[in-house]
Write a protein that binds this ligand. Structure first.
Ligand code: GDP
Ligand code: IMO
Ligand code: MG
Length: 422
């Protein structure tokens, strides 16, 4: 198993960080391939909590090489902060982290634009993380973006930066915002460029070298399948391809080198931000928020919660080619008398067993449920499949079967040792 892609099979925050950390024990390299600091991947090492936004979660294990690939959009100041934050916690990144020279930059005007566009949309807002992700990928597609390779060449950067600032300051004013200070920001970003320079390289060549040396490589997905720009609930999506294909374009690894796709899903469903969520449940939201759970790792917003949506996970298996899956947060359901699984969406006289593209349908459909008796026992200390309550095992078997993939890992708590291999 040389090349493994790991993706979120729902709407993000599936517990990818925790699962990546567990899988990384057997990996040599971990590569981020898309998204930016809209991601928040939580990992607990003992009682120490880490939330990673741009640097692959693999950095927390020593001796692993981490890459921020060409498909990622990088906010340079944030990345410098993250590197410093890790250093303060005793984790050295220099020599273990490589940054693609062709990754695009998130600039201050992207953040401002994201914020202003959301504000101007009023009640039709998308609920973005306001990290400038959409505008940054927009510039990439429009061929007006700045890249890491520009940032580390001071003269080139200054020229391009000034030109981009000039245009964007006009746009910001046109949208009712303020123009940004060019000189001050140029200095700040140039300084970040100096810090990042020793990490910057041609990561495509590096990854292919690692493949020739038969290294085990994990491609760390950010966000989730239904936030994918093409396959998600557009326009309530992020601006990158979060499905498995994005890992290839975002790293320069061809599809025929991929050995497996690992899907991560929660034992229920969550979504943060606007957009349809067919299995949304007030009962479950109240329960999980009451336990202090399901608050966003990046924006601290309350995540909306719903029952496990097997229509969505089966669709995700189809689009991503998920062969194996991890179910996280099983313990979140421990206290319930009955646990529900959505097996179809009903809209007027039609029933869907896939996720329809029509948002009108998706927003107004009725979820068709199969109910399972709850196990009503804590699972967080279970170490093996057999130790899990019978009813929990029956539930897990059912959701794996309905999702059309093999169950490989179960997570019953945030820590490394709260993981069961199947
Ligand atoms: P990611 O973005 O997919 O990496 O997920 P997040 O880190 O944003 O959110 C997942 C949350 O669930 C984090 O707070 C994790 O620490 C936590 N978590 C992951 N797996 C489990 C689990 O099995 N049980 C519990 N209680 N928490 C978990
Ligand atoms: P991880 O990697 C959950 C959501 C936002 C919003 C939409 C668009 O931690 O799973 P954006 O800022 O990307 O333009 O926002 O996407 N979103 C996420 N939701 N987890 C994430 O990342 C997310 N990244 C973006 O809430 O609905
Ligand atoms: Mg997250």
């Amino acid at each position: 198993m040389a090349n493994t892609i790991l993706i979120g099979a729902q709407w993000g925050d599936e517990g990818k960080g925790k699962v990546i950390d567990v899988l990384t024990e057997k990996m040599d390299w971990v590569v981020r391939t898309q998204g930016g600091n809209n991601a928040g991947h939580t990992v607990y090492v003992g009682s120490q909590k880490y939330v990673l936004h741009l640097i692959p979660s693999g950095i927390l294990r020593s001796g692993k090489t981490c890459v921020i690939g060409n498909g990622v959009v990088i906010e340079p100041l944030q990345l410098v902060e993250e590197i410093k934050g890790l250093k303060d916690l005793g984790i050295e990144t220099l020599g273990n982290l490589f940054i693609s020279e062709t990754a695009h930059l998130v600039m201050p005007y992207h953040r401002e634009l994201d914020e202003l566009r959301e504000l101007n949309k009023g009640k039709n807002k998308l609920g973005t993380t306001k990290r400038g992700i959409g505008p940054a990928y927009g510039d990439k597609a429009a061929r007006t973006g700045l890249r890491v390779i520009d940032l580390v060449h001071p003269e080139q950067f200054e020229k391009k930066f000034r030109a981009r600032m000039k245009e964007n300051n006009q746009i910001l004013k046109g949208l009712g915002g303020h123009s940004l200070p060019v000189k001050k920001l140029h200095e700040a970003y140039r300084a970040a460029g100096d810090v990042l320079k020793p990490f910057v390289t041609n990561t495509v060549v590096k990854i292919h070298e690692a493949m020739r040396q038969k290294r085990e490589i994990l491609y760390e997905g950010a966000q989730g399948s239904f936030l994918d720009l093409d396959h998600g609930t557009y326009p309530f999506v992020t601006s990158s391809n979060t499905t498995s294909g994005g890992a290839c374009t975002g790293s320069g690894v061809p599809p025929n080198r991929i050995d497996r796709v690992f899907g991560v899903m929660k034992a229920y469903t969550t979504r943060v931000g606007e957009g349809p969520l067919p299995t949304e449940s007030t009962e479950l939201s109240k329960l999980l928020h009451g336990l202090g759970r399901e608050y966003g790792a990046t924006t601290a917003r309350k995540r909306r919660c719903g029952w496990f949506d097997a229509v969505a996970t089966r669709h995700a298996s189809m689009v991503n080619g998920i062969g194996e899956m991890a179910v996280t947060n099983l313990d979140g359901l421990d206290s319930l008398e009955r646990v529900r699984v959505c097996t179809g969406y009903r809209y007027r006289s039609e029933t869907f067993d896939y996720v329809p593209n029509d948002l009108e349908v998706l927003s107004n459909c009725e979820a068709v449920y199969t109910d399972f008796p709850g196990w009503q026992r804590p699972t967080h200390d279970c170490k093996t499949w057999k130790e899990l309550p019978l009813r929990a095992r029956q539930y897990l078997k059912a959701i794996a079967e309905l999702s059309g993939t093999k169950l490989r890992l179960i997570s019953v708590g945030p820590e490394r040792n709260q993981t069961i291999a199947v």
